[in-house]
Write a protein that binds this ligand. Structure first.
Ligand code: DUC
Ligand code: ZN
Ligand code: ZN
Ligand code: ZN
Length: 467
């Protein structure tokens, strides 16, 4: 199948240009400047011509942080790999990197097998895995090497959740030494869980049980402290470090200082930290439970710092941390005890649109939008230039985006398998029109043409910022 995308504005991390794109099979065959006349020559050989006049032509989004079917306290995050990757495609994301979760007492390799069994044959778009390491021991450390060889070379650890995922500083040190030796990348959930657990116990003992307590018992200082500690451990071990879901100005300050000193420290933030706040956690009638995620939504004052961090590249990636739990049956588990509310929010469908609002508002340039949503995640996680750009030879993961269309976000119209939208009623300028995944049109003019099983597992190269 040959597809010609004509008359659009191609936007990559290096800028925008008036160009036409020829897709042949699963890959991009050629790009031609508008005035070259080449598209006229290609047109008769194309099976389909897409007129992208007035549209942006973008590399497909890469969401490097999702949790499909994630086990949590006896339940699972509500999107399966099929529903979650389908929703991603609707929103212009053509690659996800999901987290395989090591349970304590199990091995990394059996965990990886389990996640392959969930995902393989079920994804509508391409996907890779990170590994959550929750049990540091000699076997785990040895298996990290095998994971790296299998293209799963990024390892998330937790300074939060004592007794569940929590790793001690000593365990983190050991894993970082292994990462440094193998080329792996440690990803850190940086919140001081030991201190947080005390604050949570005090709140519950005092009868403060509402969702807003989730935010009040996880103060930004304890994200800043954990971030600094992770950076120190990374420095001592010579390991690179990637801070996931950074939400607080204090944590960003620590990252900025380390980067300015030349350390290989990277960080991502998420749309919820750019647009939502602790005021949402304080919504009445238990509605705040919809907004429980960790780290928690912060006071609005943090948001300008995050946007600035995205411009200065101290924040280099925007991922969603998509981890949906239904309000009705699942969030309900924490009524009367905020500490039992499943942690996570839906978002995989709306990342490209929400970041486009940053372009509309003048917070981000067009090129920077593409860079934080696609190109840098590709480079960070060893997928570039196969993914993350529009260039000859790259996979034909392409989004045709209408920058002037209007839409209103709502659970009534989204495709995620969850009964609420964190952005219910939000008006968006811009809309995904057509999406190609490896040369196949999967979304077009309001209809889905993809299917489970089209998406393939991506064996990733090492982080491309380190070599
Ligand atoms: N961290 C995540 O990255 N996702 C869900 C919950 C959490 O703590
Ligand atoms: Zn986390
Ligand atoms: Zn800097
Ligand atoms: Zn997460």
């Amino acid at each position: 199948m040959r597809i010609l995308i004509r008359n659009g504005t191609v936007v990559t991390a290096t800028g925008a240009s008036e160009a036409d794109v020829l897709v042949d099979g699963e890959r991009i065959a050629a790009l031609a400047a508008r005035d070259s006349g080449l598209a006229d020559a290609w047109s008769p050989t194309a099976d389909r011509v897409i007129d992208a006049a007035g549209r942006y032509v973008l590399p497909g989004g890469i969401d490097a942080h999702t949790h499909m079917e994630m086990p949590f306290g006896g339940t699972f995050s509500a999107d399966t790999f099929e529903t979650g990757t389908t929703a991603a495609a609707w929103g212009g994301t053509t690659t996800i990197i999901d987290f395989a979760v090591q349970a304590k007492g199990t091995s990394l390799l059996s965990t990886l097998d389990k996640w392959h069994a969930k995902a393989d044959g079920n994804c509508a778009i391409d996907y890779g895995f990170h590994m959550i390491v929750s049990d540091v021991n000699d076997t785990t450390l040895k298996e990290m090497e095998t994971c790296v060889d299998a293209g799963v070379n990024s390892f998330k650890m937790f300074m939060a959740y004592p007794g569940v995922f929590y790793a001690t500083d000593g365990e983190i040190l050991l894993a970082m030494q292994k990462a440094a030796a193998t080329g792996g990348l440690v990803m850190m959930h940086a919140e001081n869980g030991i201190a947080i657990d005390q604050l949570v116990a005090q709140a519950l003992a005092a009868g403060r049980t509402d969702p807003v307590q989730h935010g009040l018992t996880r103060p930004p200082e304890l994200e800043g402290e954990a971030t600094s500690r992770a950076i120190a451990l990374a420095k001592v071990t010579g390991s690179p470090l990637y801070i996931v879901h950074l939400s607080a100005a204090q944590a960003l300050d620590a990252v900025t200082e380390a980067r300015d000193a030349g350390q290989n420290v990277f960080a991502e933030t998420c749309p919820q930290y750019l647009y939502l706040s602790i005021e949402d956690l304080a919504r009445p009638d238990f509605e705040g439970a919809k907004y429980v995620a960790s780290p928690p939504l912060r006071p609005r004052e943090h948001q300008p710092s995050l946007w600035r961090g995205l411009r200065t590249n101290d924040l280099s990636v925007v991922s969603t941390d998509h981890c949906p739990f239904c309000f009705n049956e699942q969030k309900e588990l924490g009524r009367g005890d905020f500490a039992k509310i499943p942690n996570g929010m839906p978002g995989v469908e709306h990342r490209m649109d929400l970041l486009h609002q940053g372009v509309v508002a003048g917070e981000l340039s067009l090129a920077r939008w593409v860079e934080v949503a696609s190109t840098t995640p590709a480079r960070m996680f060893g997928l570039y230039p196969r993914k993350g750009t529009i260039a000859p030879g790259s996979d034909a993961d392409i989004v045709v985006y209408d920058p002037t269309a209007r839409q209103t976000l709502s659970a009534a119209t989204h495709h995620m398998n969850v009964d609420y939208s964190a952005y219910e009623g939000m008006e968006i300028t811009g809309r995904v029109e057509t999406v190609l995944s490896r040369g196949r049109v999967v979304v077009d003019a309001g209809a889905f043409h993809g299917g489970a099983g089209h998406g393939r597992f991506l064996e990733r190269e090492l982080c491309q910022y380190l070599s």
